[in-house]
Design a protein around this ligand. Sequence first.
Ligand SMILES: [Mg+2]
Length: 161
Amino acid sequence: MLLRPDRLARRVYEIPLEELIAAGIRGLIIDLDNTLVGYRQQRPSDEDAAWVAAALARGLRIVIVSNNVQGWVSEVAGGLKISFVHKAAKPLPRAFGKALQLLGTTRDQTMVVGDQLFTDVLGAKLCGLKVILTEPFGPREHPAMRLLRFFERLFLRGRQV
Ligand SMILES: [Mg+2]
């Protein structure tokens, strides 16, 4: 099922690193907007930044894959000392392929993390990648996102993942 996440997490920093590592995950492809950084925020929270640092310290590789423009994406990625793919055009597969190259991991060793069904989850599944769907940051989202969220809730309703 192309719109079915492999698991759910409230926030990025709540994803248990030891479980990922035990499951053979070696690389993470993480969305930026509303996954690592909230709407109109400048940088990740201390908790999320600490989670990224802990993941890197445990030997996980991380790349941000964002549909956003380069300046913003490279600024956040640079602060976290990780690489990035900008203007990713998710759910199209090209950026995920590029991210896999940057990570140097196989599909089986890689987990996508993102807040949107129709970009992050669909994109991951089109590439044969596992994906964790996070809850989007806060209620202060761009108005256009609210319509998408409505459809996401329709798809997720009653589903146990
Ligand atoms: Mg997002």
